[in-house]
Design a protein around this ligand. Structure first.
Ligand SMILES: Cc1cc2nc3c(=O)[nH]c(=O)nc-3n(C[C@H](O)[C@H](O)[C@H](O)COP(=O)(O)OP(=O)(O)OC[C@H]3O[C@@H](n4cnc5c(N)ncnc54)[C@H](O)[C@@H]3O)c2cc1C
Length: 570
């Protein structure tokens, strides 16, 4: 491509951010606020807050299939259909299977949201901080590599992003789940309070808390300034929130960045690769393919943040080949794409509870209750490594329960809530392994001529042991609390359906064993930063996105200072 000086100037910015999802939105907000001309390149279409939430205010009877998907859609989209949030009301925010194929060397359910806002429109908004029990785990237990940072490095950045995002929850003073900056919590219902009381009495090291989530229960000045309002507990969040009550890039970081006048957001721009200048020894920009016209363009900047979500970030770096980096940008050690890990969601437990029939609850709370990890926290105590957190909730069976009778008898039954039931799920840490990797296909390309990604990721015995432990411990806690366990389920999900894929471009102290340094900078190409899930050295058991946001804000702070100093650090 030959472009004139003027055109080049028009395509030149201070910073390029690849991807407009949770982490890219944060990178854009931070750079724009600091006065840097920032270009966000997004492969998907525009989704404007409020304007582009077509189903947000629709009632069930307004959907042709009452919210369910017709068989033709599920048959054509076996991967997307396995995600609990994919239905008639939300399908427009999911990538359809055939649009973006990839090669599953081993089964991997890759769930994607390619649009402005990425998966921030779809996430379940659960947000927990990591503690040093996670940051120190690899060094303590001898897996992966040591993290180059500790909790104290991230703590102020957790506070910083939490205040802007708005996190509802309680301060619980649990050592392995540091307190967040919180707004008022949602309430537990009667059975959940009963479970909390009984479990905490029988197991002093196990805590039952209300889920911390990115919802505005009491908007503060900073949230009102973003144009966001209070959560109405409709729990229709996956359609886009007309109140801006849950955090998404669309309702929060992107409009904030835009208001500075420093943001340029280009949609339908698939980043194909990062351009490396051999003479300068730096990245100079990116090459994109227009998703509609297939026109190839180049954009230039002094700093590049890669926030395309974990696996796409791996793909872009692997595809950024040059004479200096024939195996992909920054990949001198050949580890790019390796040590992919995820969260183990395989175990579910169902239970019933006979009692509390005169207790009701109101509204559709958009969170559940949580038990932070209690296994192998303070010392190694099982024959598997690491642990799991538990998400659970109690509810009363609704009108869909099978009722018997006829006439007024039947109608009377319809006015009563059904019996109590409990649903419990695990979120387990997995151990990053070299064998679990992604790489580029030599044969298969996508519609834009970019090599498809091959996923080769699997469970290990450790994951199965962890799941069995959850099924045993979860059942025991429920039975101890007076519930009757009705099902212990191994869902046998493929990795990926957790939608917490991480790794491949891990942080570390040593360039021989890691790709990124403690500032999320590529060791070998200092003006390229990766702050999405690809940077994760290990997975912890907590929901990951809050950590991506904190890492992003911290890395931007560092990059901005380096840009200002202009001392060659970036
Ligand atoms: C149903 C569901 C529930 C979830 N629940 C939770 C939860 O409760 N808590 C939690 O912490 N996490 C949750 N997650 C995961 C969470 O959504 C992700 O961790 C988070 O969105 C990752 O942020 P990101 O910026 O890395 O990627 P994304 O938000 O996915 O954004 C990446 C963006 O990059 C764009 N992009 C990709 N490739 C390119 C390219 N080549 N060129 C240009 N643009 C590109 C994409 O279109 C997208 O807009 C959930 C996800 C889903 C789907």
């Amino acid at each position: 491509m030959n472009i004139s000086g003027k055109a080049k100037a028009q395509h030149t910015y201070d910073v390029i951010v690849i991807g407009s999802g949770i982490s890219g939105g944060w990178a854009a907000k931070e750079f724009c606020e600091k006065g840097y001309k920032t270009l966000v390149l997004e492969r998907g279409r525009m989704v404007k807050h409020l304007e582009d939430y077509p189903t947000a205010m629709q009632d069930p009877w307004q959907f042709r299939h009452r919210g369910e998907l017709p068989e033709a859609v599920t048959t054509n989209n076996p991967i997307a259909s396995r995600c609990y949030a994919f239905d008639e009301t939300t399908q427009h925010f999911f990538v359809k299977d055939q649009e973006h194929p990839y090669v599953q060397e081993k089964p991997f359910d890759w769930i994607k949201g390619y649009q402005v806002g990425g998966k921030s429109l779809l996430w379940a908004r659960q947000t927990q901080r990591w503690s040093d029990y996670e940051f120190e785990a690899p060094a303590r237990d001898g897996f992966a590599i040591d993290w180059p940072i500790r909790y104290k490095d991230l703590a102020p950045w957790y506070s910083y992003v939490e205040k802007f995002v708005g996190i509802s929850g309680t301060k619980d003073q649990i050592p392995n789940l540091p307190d967040s900056e919180v707004l008022p919590a949602f309430e537990m219902n009667a059975l959940e309070k009963h479970l909390k009381e009984r479990i905490e009495a029988s197991y002093p090291d196990r805590h039952v808390i209300i889920g911390r989530c990115a919802h505005l229960t009491a908007p503060q000045k900073i949230h009102v300034a973003q144009g966001r309002g209070q959560c109405m507990a409709r729990h229709l969040c996956h359609r886009g929130c007309p109140f801006g009550a849950y955090f998404s890039s669309n309702s929060s970081t992107l409009p904030w960045a835009d208001a500075t006048g420093n943001l340029t957001l280009l949609t339908n721009q698939v980043v194909e690769s990062i351009l490396y200048d051999e003479q300068k020894g730096k990245a100079i920009g990116v090459r994109t393919v227009d998703s509609k016209t297939k026109l190839v363009k180049e954009f230039y900047a002094r700093v590049i943040f890669v926030n395309a979500s974990a696996l796409n970030t791996n793909l872009i770096l692997l595809n950024s080949k040059s004479a200096r980096f024939p195996q992909g940008l920054g990949n001198d050690n050949g580890l790019l794409g390796h040590y992919i890990a995820f969260h183990n969601y395989r175990g579910n437990i169902l239970a019933s509870f006979d009692g509390l029939r005169d207790q009701y609850y109101y509204g559709r709370r958009p969170t559940s209750i949580f038990m932070p990890s209690f296994r192998n926290v303070f010392r190694q105590e099982t024959d598997f490594l690491r642990g799991y957190m538990i998400a659970f909730s109690a509810s009363r069976a609704g009108w869909s329960q099978q009722l018997e009778g006829i006439g007024s008898d039947y109608k009377d039954q319809l006015t009563e809530a059904g019996p109590w039931q409990v649903f419990m799920m695990m979120q387990g840490e997995t151990i990053p392994r070299y064998e679990n990797h992604v790489r580029l296909s030599d044969l298969e390309k996508d519609s834009w001529g970019i090599p498809q990604l091959i996923t080769s990721v699997d469970y290990t015995d450790n994951d199965l042991k962890l799941m069995h432990d959850f099924l045993e411990q979860g059942s025991a806690m429920l039975e101890q609390s007076g519930c009757k366990v009705t099902a212990r389920i191994d869902r046998k999900d493929a990795p990926g359906l957790d939608i917490h894929e991480m790794g491949g471009v891990r942080m570390g102290k040593d360039p021989k064993t890691s790709l990124l340094n403690k500032w999320n900078q590529l060791h070998q190409c200092k003006n390229v930063f990766v702050t999405d899930g690809a940077c994760m050295t290990s997975t912890g058991n907590q929901n990951p996105s809050l950590t991506y946001m904190a890492l992003t804000a911290r890395a931007v702070d560092y990059a901005a200072m380096a840009l200002q100093k202009n001392d060659g650090t970036v």
